[in-house]
Write a protein that binds this ligand. Structure first.
Ligand code: NAG
Ligand code: NAG
Ligand code: NAG
Ligand code: NAG
Ligand code: NAG
Ligand code: NAG
Ligand code: NAG
Ligand code: NAG
Length: 517
């Protein structure tokens, strides 16, 4: 009996030990620092119709993600276990926005790294959800903010971009009301359990207690605040499903963040001193109005949490991040807008830049640009206080932008194929989703007995990490529920999209101290 168990253990261990990779799939050197993509090491998903404890479709769990570093454990059998937090965004919204209360989902994960399938080798077990509300228990909402003020205010008087709705805000009966709007896209969890959530509507950053109650609403610098006809206007031209023909005139702001291009990326320094937020693409006055390839000059904002006054951290710097330009499926030059950033060092960050309109559920299945890239701000000019940095999309002379370095390509079919996945080709469950929006980093651990050394890592400190990246499926399913389960829906696209998760194995530069979470 003993021997049978022992050999069973050895067999499963052997399966779990991936072989050493001779050459990285992709390598980049950015300002002298080298990054290697060592290979795809995992794939997992949650079903499109998974529901949370409130009865709602769990949806796109990956607008941003955090892996609790203290939970990350290498088990004796070669699997890792950990707690993963995933942010779905503003709810099912492909047919219009809804009065969905933005929230955070918590999962137990079990990950057994491998060089090849069978997939999935990553399991996600749903544990819990926390919904966001104000300090006085007013729920946040996924509904688009009103066109013009007045907006609600927080307990301290800070303006909260907010939506006034009729009925129940889902198209059903109700008394109507006003709620602060939140299209949550970036997540940072502090060692004390409080959370910073970045938003696309305002582009605000909200500081929430561990139970989801608002501690502080942090508005962006003045140049980011959207205006129409000279007045503050947080509306993003995303009408509610119950009033799809509602018009926003003009559709785009004249200044400030472009519609649905707010703070997509949020990260912090490991010791919690600094918070960094990055817009999805350029502000209106920096080329955002021109769109297309002109919207590449996104702004990175650095806030000093250690110098917060009354809970509001000062903006100590802003830098221009020049997003990549690629040729899209329509054969046009386009900007790969970004969806997530991750701190690697005080000067370097990972950034998730990608195309849109290509992938599972889209007309085109072939994505042309979907990367984890690197940017370096060593030489970048601090543009804090500047109203505009790139009028019409042309960088103002004298401003040095961050250095942008192309790195890890998600779409390498030879890697995807190892787990049965593909970019381009048939519209099936193994086709990568359109939207990828999050990063979580966890160290590759050495077992002490050399088990993991045969995959390249010699010890825990060998700078090798698993880079988890999650997709946002926009709650697209044929078996969906909103409004606590009372609003069944079938997405009109006819598709049901898995919430896909990929795990890349990467080697970060020697000497970096990345944010592991
Ligand atoms: C990564 O490697 C693949 C396969 O060699 C290649 O097709 C792709 O262009 C590379 N991407 C980058 C960003 O270097
Ligand atoms: C920063 O500037 C120095 C001096 O001009 C140059 O040598 C270096 O390559 C630059 N680094 C980056 C990342 O732009
Ligand atoms: C290792 O054990 C965990 C339970 O602790 C289990 O979920 C996982 O599937 C096991 N891994 C392997 C490779 O058997
Ligand atoms: C809304 O109220 C009206 C009038 O009371 C009722 O006829 C209708 O069935 C209600 N609709 C829903 C979705 O509950
Ligand atoms: C802006 O001005 C135009 C033209 O006068 C008007 O049609 C539109 O409603 C105004 N929009 C806002 C948000 O004030
Ligand atoms: C925290 O880290 C930053 C660099 O990210 C450093 O400038 C600062 O001095 C550190 N603070 C403490 C208290 O260690
Ligand atoms: C794409 O556009 C370029 C010019 O911008 C043109 O030379 C080329 O023929 C076009 N390719 C296709 C497939 O249309
Ligand atoms: C931006 O630069 C391009 C090329 O130099 C030029 O054609 C265009 O007119 C410039 N746009 C603005 C708004 O200055």
């Amino acid at each position: 009996m003993r021997n049978v168990l022992a050999s069973a253990f050895l067999a499963s261990t052997a399966l779990a030990v991936p072989q050493k990779r001779a050459t990285p799939v992709n390598t980049t050197t950015c300002n002298g620092k080298t990054y290697d993509y060592l290979g795809l090491a995992g794939y997992g998903f949650t079903p499109s119709n998974a529901r949370d404890k409130f009865g709602d479709t769990a949806g796109g769990i990956g607008s941003s993600a955090v892996l609790d570093p203290s939970s990350w454990t290498l088990q004796r059998n070669g699997s890792y276990t950990g707690l993963l937090y995933g942010l779905p965004d503003r709810g099912w919204n492909t047919e219009g926005t809804l009065n969905y209360q933005p929230r955070l989902h918590k999962f137990q994960i079990v990950f057994t790294p491998a060089n090849t399938g069978p997939a999935p080798n990553l399991q996600l077990y749903y544990l819990d959800s926390i919904r966001f509300s104000t300090s006085t228990n007013v729920p946040f909402t996924g509904l688009d903010p009103n066109l013009l003020p007045p907006y609600l205010t927080a307990a301290d008087g800070t303006t909260l971009p907010s939506a006034t709705y009729t009925g129940d805000g889902f198209g059903g009966n109700g008394t109507g009301g006003s709620r602060p709007s939140l299209d949550s896209e970036g997540l940072v969890i502090m060692p004390d359990g409080t959370m910073y959530v970045s938003d696309e509507y305002g582009d605000y950053i909200y500081h929430f207690a561990a139970d989801g109650k608002l501690i502080k609403a942090i508005p962006p610098p003045q140049p980011f605040i959207p205006q129409r006809n000279g007045s503050v206007s947080f509306n993003a031209d995303s009408p509610p499903r119950y009033d799809p023909d509602r018009e926003t005139i003009p559709a785009n702001p004249s200044v400030g963040r472009a519609n649905n291009q707010g703070y997509e990326g949020l990260t912090r320094s490991p010791n919690g001193t600094y918070l960094y937020a990055l817009t999805q693409s350029a502000l209106i006055q920096d080329g955002g109005a021109e769109g297309g390839r002109y919207r590449r000059h996104a702004r990175l904002v650095k806030l000093d949490l250690s110098a917060a006054q009354g809970g509001v951290p000062p903006v100590v710097a802003q830098y221009v991040v020049p997003l990549p330009v690629f040729t899209n499926n329509a054969n046009r030059s386009a900007v790969a807008a970004q969806s997530e950033i991750k701190y690697i060092s005080d000067t370097q960050f990972l950034v998730l830049s990608r195309d849109s309109g290509a992938g599972h559920g889209q007309d085109e299945s072939l994505s042309r640009y979907r990367h984890a890239d690197v940017f370096d701000i060593t030489n970048a000019t601090n543009v804090n206080g500047r109203q505009s940095v790139a009028p019409g999309g042309n960088l103002t002379s004298g401003i040095v932008a961050a250095t942008y370095c192309s790195f890890l390509d998600y779409n390498v079919n030879s890697e995807l194929a190892k787990f049965g996945l593909h970019n381009g080709g048939a519209q099936d469950d193994n086709l990568l989703n359109e939207k990828w929006e999050s990063f979580a980093l966890a160290p590759v651990k050495a077992k002490g007995n050399g088990q993991w050394s045969n995959w390249g890592g010699k010890s825990d400190s060998d700078n090798e990490y698993f880079l988890f990246t999650l997709s946002d499926n926009d709650f697209i399913t044929q078996d969906g529920y909103m409004n606590g389960g009372s609003l069944p829906y079938s997405d009109e696209s006819g598709f049901s999209l898995l919430n896909q998760v990929l795990v890349f194995r990467v080697k970060l530069p020697a000497g970096s101290s990345p944010l592991v979470d």
